[in-house]
Design a protein around this ligand. Structure first.
Ligand SMILES: N=c1c2ncn([C@@H]3O[C@H](COP(=O)(O)OP(=O)(O)OP(=O)(O)O)[C@@H](O)[C@H]3O)c2ncn1[C@@H]1O[C@H](COP(=O)(O)O)[C@@H](O)[C@H]1O
Length: 178
């Protein structure tokens, strides 16, 4: 397999741009792009028209460590629920014990997040509110016994198709079913 310099990778990525799975931003995460045959430990990230794009993903350690560490804390809080005398008071436990409270917090935090845009609030409020949304949504995921990796897997599968294409394909399928 041909090994490319970073500059050459950017060049390849730009060439693949029409299918949109790759951008320059992705190129900082992906180390090598291979066309046609997938090397053993490489991941398909998408199809650019007629060409499949195989990449090796270099972990974004800080982002993943943060999310997995939060996920692990939330799972620990869930475990502590079976031995209520253990552990400190916890907001996560309140949420895990009360579906209604959890759903109302997710809706409230999502609404606060939207108001940032509507009311043109500053960057620090934006990232802080996004963190609130993400935390509360991850509690729901923990509640259902699901892993964040499963969400990331869905996002990766969507790399190869635009949202507009996906919506149109659903509409076409619905009308052919009628
Ligand atoms: N990331 C969070 C996190 N983000 C937000 N919150 C809590 O979510 C709650 C949101 O409630 P409110 O809406 O009343 O708070 P608010 O939005 O600041 O209130 P307003 O000013 O907007 O009305 C607050 O108590 C926050 O502290 C969080 N609570 C916990 N975590 C993480 O979960 C871990 C476990 O937390 P505990 O379960 O509490 O031990 C922590 O160590 C953190 O890593």
């Amino acid at each position: 397999m041909e090994k490319l310099s970073l500059g050459a990778i950017y060049g390849q990525v730009n060439k693949l741009q029409p299918g949109k799975p790759c951008t320059k931003a992705h190129a900082t995460v992906f180390v090598i792009i291979s066309i046609k045959r997938r090397p053993p430990d490489y991941t398909i990230i998408g199809c650019c028209y007629t060409t499949f794009c195989f990449v090796k993903v270099k972990e974004n350690n800080l982002a993943l460590t943060t999310l997995y560490s939060l996920e692990s804390t939330l799972a620990q809080r869930k475990e502590e629920l079976s031995a209520p005398q253990e552990g400190k008071p916890s907001w996560t436990k309140h949420l895990l014990l009360d579906d209604k409270l959890l759903c109302s917090k997710i809706r409230e935090e999502a609404d606060e997040f939207c108001r940032i845009l509507e009311e043109n609030e500053d960057e620090s409020r934006t990232v802080s509110e996004m963190a609130d949304v993400l935390y509360h949504e991850m509690v729901l995921l923990t509640c259902r016994g699901l892993k964040f990796e499963e969400v990331l897997e869905v996002l990766r599968r969507r790399f190869s198709q635009s949202g507009v294409e996906e919506k149109n394909s659903r509409k076409a399928k619905m009308s052919s079913d009628e």
